[in-house]
Design a protein around this ligand. Structure first.
Ligand code: UDP
Ligand code: MG
Length: 318
């Protein structure tokens, strides 16, 4: 790689971004120009716009941009499938035509200057470089707190993600190849990419306001995205059911002691003692039962994903 300059693909998922895209494309093209002039990247580097079934003129905008500068390329999904899928489509489209791909949102809230840093790290041999926000000053207090609460909950639920990293990252061609082996249809890239392995690094940056247009990620979408992430990666919630059942079994003993002492002290109505004991005992048995069934469901869940069982990084042969 010392001798040839890397071809970089900047991949942008675009959903109803007719307002933001012309501004963003302009900025990214001049960034490409600058990096090319500095001898950092190949002049063949380009921008891949992945249109996520937009209902506005986004695809027309992409087409016009492409006609003006062929370094702007595009792929268009037939339906709106969501940010993750649009991004994957763009990455897979670029995969065999670049040395590394960088994903960034169309609104350029993530500072594009970090791309220079990412590429430098890539040239030093890092294969995945995560963009991490240095602060959340530009977010509302509400978005900031809910986002941090989500990260904490995800960790506790067994989903390992990079803190304050959204989908702004560089992936080498090899990392993209490994990513392509994940065939799951519930896509949560922030969970999958850390599982790929390889040499990684982090670049921090400031997050800005949108250049134009409005957020396509209201709270409801964010919440379901987070729950999606957990349930796609972890069977821990099922274990909670089992654990609750076992804990209740111990609570039963305390309840039983209390109920029986009341019974022998003759302070109870008839029937109450047996009722109390059976309700608590059966309750915990049912939970344990569901937990056991859940354990098997959890196994099936990991099997059906058919994730790659290992990823080969290097080989010595002959
Ligand atoms: N996006 C997409 N499909 C969707 C929603 C969003 O491709 O269904 C894209 C959108 O065009 C943008 C990125 O995902 O490039 C992030 O969306 P947005 O900036 O609205 O989210 P926020 O930054 O507010 O969380
Ligand atoms: Mg945004």
């Amino acid at each position: 790689m010392e001798h040839h300059l890397p071809v970089i693909a900047i991949v942008i998922p675009c959903y109803n971004e007719e307002e933001a895209l012309p501004i963003s494309a302009e900025k990214l093209l001049s960034l490409l120009d600058r990096m090319t002039a500095d001898g950092l990247i190949s002049p063949k580097s380009y921008i891949m716009c992945s249109n996520d079934g937009s209902s506005d003129a986004t695809w027309d905008v992409i087409t016009k941009l492409h006609l003006r500068d062929s370094r702007i390329k595009g792929v268009s999904l037939a339906h709106n499938r969501g940010h993750q899928y649009a991004l994957l489509a763009g990455l897979m489209e670029a995969r065999n035509h670049c040395d590394a791909a960088i994903s960034i949102d169309a609104d350029l809230q993530d500072d594009p200057e970090a791309i220079v840093e990412m590429i430098k790290l890539f040239r030093e041999g890092k294969e995945i470089v995560y963009g991490v926000r240095s602060s959340r000053q530009s977010d509302t207090w509400f978005k900031r707190t809910t986002a941090h609460a989500f990260y904490k909950m995800q960790k506790r639920m067994g989903l390992d993600t990079v803190y304050d990293h959204a989908d702004y990252r560089l992936m080498s061609n090899r990392a993209l190849d490994l990513l392509s082996e994940y065939g799951e249809s519930n896509l949560f890239l922030r969970g999958i990419v850390p599982q790929i392995g390889l040499d990684t690094a982090i670049v921090t940056y400031e997050r800005h306001e949108r250049v134009a247009g409005e957020s396509k990620y209201p709270l409801g979408k964010m919440l379901s995205f987070s729950i999606d992430g957990i349930t796609s990666f972890s069977a821990k919630p099922i274990r909670f059911i089992f654990a609750t059942g076992v804990i209740l079994l111990f609570v039963d003993i305390i309840v039983a002691i209390y109920v029986l002492t009341s019974y022998f002290a003759h302070t109870t109505y008839s029937g109450w003692t047996s009722l109390m004991i059976s309700v608590w005992f059966l309750g915990s048995l049912i939970l344990i039962g569901i937990g056991i069934v859940g354990e098997y469901v959890g196994k099936i869940f990991t099997e059906v994903k058919q994730r790659p069982r290992f990823a080969i990084k290097d080989k010595l042969w002959d």
